[in-house]
Design a protein around this ligand. Structure first.
Ligand SMILES: *Cc1c(COP(=O)(O)O)cnc(C)c1O
Length: 229
């Protein structure tokens, strides 16, 4: 696969992020563009590197494996964004700096144990189902606090913020409430629990990232718009 089109895509997305930041009074440097490469082949990695991307995300260990074997893989910080089975934790902890999909206590405990065993630190985001759509993963907003507290108290984990997925809609404006909801929840937990480095909001994908940036996204997870021909 020839990924020569990638740098231009990155430029377009960065320009749109910059405009969304200008509209909302934000600094574009505070928004990480995380490239979601699940459907792409490993040779997407040099193209992403050439385009200045430093963060790559995968939602399944099986898909990540081939890409992690590529010589360019160590140049990136890796993010795990999909449902994570506890039996895959042993593979994920040594390779991924971030797990965006912390959604249950047993996963927090498994990540913590593996991180301690390896002397690693895993940055975790608690995934919250703001929209209430049944097929979306993540905890209900009212359950987030317990999971954040647990992750805060476990060794080997740094709980850094929240993640959400918005429902698929035709009009991105229709999911703005999801992003404002996640931001409000982060602000509330951060102040009530007195968390210091609890600032990340992983929200926004190919079709809705501009609205997410306007509402405070610090990480946008872009797949199709970046790597699909
Ligand atoms: C696939 C995926 C994305 C990227 O979605 P696109 O619509 O392709 O940009 C973001 N987050 C998660 C959790 C995903 O699984």
């Amino acid at each position: 696969m020839d990924y020569g089109f990638v740098p231009q895509r990155v430029e377009e997305i960065r320009a749109r992020v910059a405009r969304a930041c200008a509209r909302s009074g934000r600094d574009p440097a505070a928004v990480r563009l995380v490239a979601v490469t699940k459907t792409a082949t490993p040779d997407v990695l040099p193209a992403l590197l050439a385009a200045g991307i430093r963060d790559v995300a995968e939602n399944r260990w099986q898909m990540a494996r081939d890409k992690l074997a590529h010589p360019a893989a160590p140049s990136f910080e890796w993010h795990f964004i999909g449902t994570l089975q506890t039996n895959k934790v042993k593979y994920v902890v040594p390779r991924f700096a971030w797990v965006h999909s912390l959604d249950r206590p047993e996963l927090a405990r498994a990540l913590s144990e593996e991180a301690v065993r390896r002397g690693a630190l895993v940055n975790v985001l608690v995934q919250v189902n703001i929209s209430g759509e049944t097929q979306k993963h993540g905890v209900a907003p009212e359950e987030a606090e317990d999971l954040v507290r647990l992750a805060r108290d476990l060794p080997g984990l740094a709980v850094r913020g929240l993640m959400t997925m918005a429902p698929m809609v035709d009009e991105p404006e229709d999911v703005r409430y999801v992003f404002t909801g996640l931001r409000a929840l982060r602000d509330d937990l951060k102040s009530r629990l007195g968390l210091e480095a609890f600032d990340e909001l992983s929200m926004g994908m190919s079709d809705d990232f501009e609205v997410a940036v306007e509402e405070g996204a610090t990480m946008i997870r872009i797949g199709r718009r970046l790597v699909n021909p």
